[in-house]
Design a protein around this ligand. Sequence first.
Ligand SMILES: [Zn+2]
Length: 184
Amino acid sequence: MARLASRLTADGLLPGATFIASPNCDQRPADTPVVLVVVHAISLPPGEFGGDGIERLFTNRLDSQAHPYYRDIHALRVSAHFLIRRDGSVLQFVRCGERAWHAGVSQWRDRQRCNDFSIGIELEGCDELPFEPAQYTVLARLIRVLRRSYALEDIVGHADIAPGRKTDPGPCFDWPRLRELLRD
Ligand SMILES: [Zn+2]
């Protein structure tokens, strides 16, 4: 499990996470504070854990020949700020001050383009299997760190802001468990 620092650095990195810079990011619009955390789930190939497919996808190095599924997705230009692996280790791909490309077409309350004002956190997982206890522990820790830097108003799933288009983090994600871990 990752031993995370209690604060982000001034340039938006989280000590304790392994930083692998993704080119799939840009600047947030001016005067647009982060108020939202978006929880995602991903596994590559789908349903398989522990490989390097996710970090390859987020750094545009996915080999289209390595798996049939990759033919459809290898050219996507996507990222997230963080990935929490099954063992609770954490990778960071985008500095928190920058805009990661994780939510796509999305809406939270009356606001579109959630990437502008959110932090995207991927959990290595799928719709069919429970997430690991270490992932909940680390996710809660990470959100507590983010709260020190940002006045977060909500924590939502990707499916909540892109209904009909996305299902993640999926039916196995235990929201009450996360809320309990985040209670002060
Ligand atoms: Zn997602």
